[in-house]
Design a protein around this ligand. Sequence first.
Ligand code: NAD
Length: 296
Amino acid sequence: MMIGFIGTGNMGHPMLRNLIKAGNKVIAFDRSQSALQSVVTVGGAMASSQKEAVMDAEIVITMLPAGEDVRAVYGSHDGVIATASNDTILIDCSTIDVENARAVAKEAAARGLDMLDAPVSGGVAGAEAGTLTFMVGGSAEVLNRARSVLEAMGKNIVHAGASGSGQAAKLCNNMMLGISMISISEAFTMGQKLGLNPQTLFDIVSTASGSCWALQNHLPIPGIVETAASNRGFRAGFAVAMMAKDLRLAQLAAESVDASTPLGSTAAALYTSFEDSGNQDLDYSAVIKLIAEQPR
Ligand code: NAD
């Protein structure tokens, strides 16, 4: 399969490497030259423009930061929708708001193009291992045509419903993840103050009812969980800016349907304040610093 890939950052790079490993041809574009150059090291081709990455592709995959980036990449006069050939399937794997996801899919449909929103869960480690979960919004028939490509990058491919439903599921998931990381940060900070050894606390709670995915994979205390960014000075991983964005998107989504999310709203405020104090590029697990430094 010939795949055009736009957005070769923390997630996009390992995702496209797995596409190549599975025998696909990948031509990639990123507005950052440094992000794009690494594509060649894993057997991909570098496009000199977005249009070049798109025009011969059977499938176009985008992995971009936010809704406005997705709108710009798909919707501009030389954007994906204007330049893709007629039977190309468009798949946006970025995490964005439901409204923009639906709007872009509608623009694609107006040109007769099939589009899926397919945000992922599993982080950089999941992208590297090819074990991501894809939450897919759009037609089930289109998903079936694109399934083998998603399977090259992920382990669980779940059809969430109509267009925008993948993003809705992703926002619910990340609201849970943000809240979980704050709860872990509070518990380990309090535990340490109570004289508990963090390794001992981890050994206990990781096999008890306090356990969760963030604890097992992204513990914000170094030297205990191998995959945690805390072992690498909180180098992202999943950046604070991304988590803050997702939590704000979750709040917008909650408001739009009048859903009560008291912890989701607190998590959005805490991550936004941590982001605003210059921590936007750290891994989201670094929020433990905010919790540890805050007066009671
Ligand atoms: P990133 O910032 O590392 O990568 C995004 C890339 O997109 C960058 O290289 C940037 O240069 C490029 N880009 C932005 N605008 C562009 C444009 N107009 N044209 C071409 N390239 C453009 O971000 P990431 O961590 O890879 O995350 C990407 C998406 O995946 C986000 O929506 C994020 O919320 C989601 N996500 C991230 C993780 C994670 O652990 N990092 C996990 C799940 C989902």
